[in-house]
Design a protein around this ligand. Structure first.
Ligand code: PGA
Length: 267
């Protein structure tokens, strides 16, 4: 937990929204009191980028969930970083675990996308992931460091990059990563940055955790030393995302209880 890195929460809607659902989410996010110390972003399907941008409060940024590695051309079905920026959105998620595992995007393709995105000025949430096979075969470090190496080779401006680590084995599987497991992975990634990029980048780059983050586990995880926020999937579709955005804000109900206890003692 570092004061020099602003807490960051992205609620990734994946392919789970339509206009009606977006309207619902916009409604509860607009009505909520959001911690101004958190940078809040939503990950939106490409066809709704403009729709979501026009409806969400300004302090909530919008990210596309993927993009291609060139500005334009004959690449049916793809969108470019320029198009995302032109839709009024500032962020793109690259290398999401679902892109890596379901759509077989390689480290090399993801690195090429990151390289092009960096040239356009768009901000990037670059994802790393660990599968259950990686964990079971003790290959976690090798896999994460391999992904980091290939990303880092193409990053020229770290101030526009956030790293997200997803424990895929803890995403909608009923198994939760323990705070100690999360801290260990994030600390390893930060150490990798320190050794292979620079002390400055290691200290200033935000590293997020993903994998079934919910309103029940976010407060404890938010206190971890090397954690700077969350990439959230299922809970991003529900008002729970508000609690996650506010995970570092003092809990009002416990403050009220504390106040009631101390006034009772004084009486
Ligand atoms: P989850 O998804 O929070 O539902 O585990 C996270 C993600 O894959 O973006």
């Amino acid at each position: 937990m570092s004061s020099q890195r602003k807490f960051f929460v992205i609620g990734n809607w994946k392919m789970n929204v339509d206009k009606a659902r977006i309207n619902d989410i916009v409604k509860f996010m607009s009505a909520a009191s959001l911690d101004p110390n958190t940078e809040a972003v939503v990950g939106c399907p490409s066809c709704y980028l403009t729709y979501a941008r026009q409806r969400l409060p300004e302090q909530i940024a919008v990210a596309a969930q993927n993009c291609y590695k060139v500005a334009r051309g004959n690449f049916s079905g793809e969108i470019s970083p320029d198009m995302i920026l032109d839709s009024g959105c500032e962020w793109v998620i690259l290398g999401h675990p679902e892109r890596r595992t379901i759509f077989k995007e390689s480290d090399q393709l993801i690195a090429e996308k990151v390289a092009h995105a960096q040239q356009t000025g768009i901000k990037i949430i670059a994802c790393l992931c660990e599968t259950s096979e990686d964990r079971d075969t003790n290959r976690t470090e090798e896999v994460l460091f391999g992904q980091m190496k290939s990303l880092a080779a193409t990053i020229t401006d770290w101030s526009r990059v956030v790293i997200a680590f997803e424990a895929l084995w803890a995403s909608n599987t009923g198994v939760l990563a323990t705070p100690a497991q999360v801290q260990e992975a994030l600390a390893n990634i930060r150490e990798w940055l320190r050794v292979n990029v620079s002390e400055k980048v290691a200290n200033s780059t935000r590293i997020l955790y993903a994998g079934s983050v919910s309103s029940s586990n976010c407060r404890e995880l938010a206190q971890l030393e090397d954690l700077d926020g969350f990439l959230v999937g299922s809970a991003a579709l529900k008002p729970d995302i508000i609690d996650i955005i506010n995970a570092r804000r003092p809990d009002v109900s416990s403050l009220i209880k504390h106040f009631q206890r101390s006034t009772a003692r004084q009486a």
